[in-house]
Ligand binder design. Structure first.
Ligand code: LCS
Length: 393
């Protein structure tokens, strides 16, 4: 059977090409730091890249390789590089693909630390960056400089839920030899495949939907072509931000139910978004599945579903948001997202707290914005929980 030609769900279950000598149905945890060579010649060949035997777990490990191969298949890429966290994926992408004097143009409303590390750390090494609203292609074009080497897009953006046109970005970037990098965390490969839309590199915080059970922090990068893959893999090995085999095992386990979890959470989210939009105390709702979303049509074109992340604002602003967050009982008041449990948080004072007040305002990360990650509980219970919380606002 040709797995590459099979459907997404079949790939989820059978996509890894790991073959166990004992016929194990799951990929075992190779909890080892090092691998014995057959003889000195074999060891030398492994190091010379003339044999594909394993050497040392920072460089490669069968459990980790199985996960890398599976995500690369799901993203239709050349190869995957698993790393210790989503932020390790961000850092590896910057370190591997940028040089001193290079310039990056990026979505302004991205995960706070992904912007913070650029503006507070990479700037020390002479890397320049410009953060803009990337929903408008003309705004991106105007921000490009002769030394722009990377276009970094998060879509839908965390936490504004704004959607950027990836096909248009790829066209613009490739005309000028710029690498297009996409953070696909909010969609997972189930809802969006940026490499198919023209991106060169896609990455995920697998802490979120891909693992889905709020018990692992992990990341992965997938490159479309070998040249970029080799650069990224080499940087991961040098920097030592590799994944641990046990972490890889847990992610492989969570991954199997990705489509079931997303379908269920998405169905819940659609109903919750409508409930919020009709609630008299709610000022606005941003959810890609609502016709009121400013990029509703674009979302339908480039995503295979509207997902389970909702942002909304209350008419009573931050005070109301605070009362709501302190009075929900089923939704956990916690950062992170994409797990089976419903979470609520306040980006301006939590995930994006370190973004300056002026930059937050410019990026639309307003004080009234509440971010809701919808889980797979019974939707009536989530709505009841919100209802009673909103009654207290
Ligand atoms: N990219 C996106 C879109 C994210 O949402 C996060 C984490 C990361 C990258 C970094 O991944 P990590 O290192 O945490 O695996 N987002 C978080 C959030 O919104 N709340 O808590 C973490």
């Amino acid at each position: 059977m040709d797995i590459e030609k099979s459907g997404f769900n079949t790939k989820l279950i059978h996509g890894g090409d790991y073959k166990d000598p004992f016929g194990s149905a799951t990929v075992p945890i190779y909890q080892t730091s090092t691998f014995a060579f057959e003889n000195a010649e074999h060891g030398a060949k492994c190091f010379a890249g003339e044999s594909d035997g394993y050497i040392y777990t920072r460089i490669g490990n069968p459990t980790i390789s199985a996960l890398e191969k599976q995500i690369a298949i799901l993203e239709n890429g050349y190869g995957g590089i698993a790393v210790s966290s989503g932020m390790a994926a961000v850092t590896t992408v910057y370190l591997a693909l940028l040089n001193s004097g290079d310039h990056v143009v990026s979505t302004d409303a991205i995960y706070g630390p992904a912007r913070g590390i650029m503006e507070k750390q990479f700037c020390r090494f002479g890397v320049q960056s410009t953060y803009i609203n990337t929903t408008n292609i003309a705004t991106i074009e105007n921000a490009l400089r002769p030394n722009t080497k990377m276009l970094y897009i998060e879509t839908p953006a965390n936490p504004t839920m704004e959607i950027t046109d990836l096909v248009a970005c790829a066209e613009l970037a490739h005309k000028r030899g710029i690498v297009l990098v996409v953070d696909n965390t909010f969609c997972s490969p189930y809802l969006q495949n940026p490499l198919d839309l023209g991106a060169d590199v896609v990455f995920h915080s697998m802490t979120k939907f891909i693992n889905g059970h709020a018990d692992v922090v992990a990341g992965i990068i997938v490159a479309k072509e070998k040249t970029l893959y080799d650069k990224l893999r080499s940087m991961m090995i040098y920097s030592g931000c590799n994944m641990d085999p046990h972490q890889a095992y847990l992610v492989l386990r969570g991954l199997k139910t990705l489509s079931l979890r997303i379908e269920r959470a998405q169905e819940n989210a659609k109903q919750i978004a409508v409930f919020l939009e009709n609630h008299p105390k709610v000022a606005w709702v941003k959810y890609p599945g609502l016709k009121s979303h400013p990029q509703y049509e674009l979302g339908k074109r480039q995503m295979r579903g509207s997902g389970s992340m909702i942002s909304f604002g209350l008419k009573s602003g931050f005070k109301g948001a605070e009362i709501l967050m302190n009075n929900v009982h089923l939704a956990l008041l916690a950062v992170s997202l994409g797990g089976v449990e419903t979470l609520i948080q306040h980006p301006a004072s939590m995930t994006h707290a370190k973004v300056s007040a002026a930059d937050k305002l410019k990026a639309g990360i307003t004080d009234d914005l509440v971010r809701f990650s919808v889980g797979i509980e019974d939707v009536a219970d989530i709505i009841d929980d919100l209802k009673q919380g909103l009654d207290k606002v």
